[in-house]
Design a protein around this ligand. Structure first.
Ligand SMILES: [Zn+2]
Length: 172
């Protein structure tokens, strides 16, 4: 990385940072091929998630290890020149990521982060299978919660009916 000229580095970063970079496409294609449907860059959601899965109330972020500061990852090495600039830049990105995830959570959305290093050919299939597992788990969990809420609502309505009946009897 250090051997790059500033121009080369800029071109590199722009390529990594831009939309439709390869790692995102890998995730999308896999999901689509496995029957998962999604929207791209949902405009109304904070942080412009890379992939939005409404049915699962889930946003997927495919993060570059350098830009988003993947801790302990060998692809996250701060350049030895302009160190402070890069440290601050990555720090700001991480702060923004965390803020976005909190905002999404407050809106009832799950966030899943997939790191670029997890999409290297040797790890890819495992990563995506585990993503599918997580999505299915979220889906089932949400359904259980929803059914429970409906059940509680019905009970409350039943209770109200009974009070009405009782009231009718006593006023009569
Ligand atoms: Zn990484």
């Amino acid at each position: 990385m250090d051997s790059l000229t500033p121009q080369q580095r800029h071109a590199n970063m722009a390529a990594i940072h831009g939309k439709n970079t390869k790692p995102e496409v890998v995730v999308r294609k896999w999901l689509w091929g496995h029957g998962y449907r999604y929207r791209l860059n949902h405009p109304r959601l904070p942080g412009k998630p890379d992939i939005v899965m409404r049915k699962y109330r889930t946003c997927i972020f495919v993060n570059g290890c350098f830009w988003h500061g993947h801790e302990g990852c060998r692809y996250y090495t701060i350049p030895k020149t302009n160190t402070e600039f890069w440290v601050n830049k990555v720090k700001r990105n991480k702060e923004r990521d965390s803020k976005v995830q909190h905002e999404l959570a407050a809106m009832g959305w799950y966030s899943i982060t997939i790191w670029e290093c997890e999409l290297k050919p040797v790890k890819r299939e495992d990563t995506l299978k585990s993503l599918a597992y997580t999505l299915n788990k979220i889906f089932l969990q949400d359904r259980t919660v929803r059914q429970y809420e409906v059940f509680e609502e019905e009970q409350m309505m039943a209770a109200e009916d009974m009070t009405d009946e009782y009231r009718n009897k006593t006023t009569r």
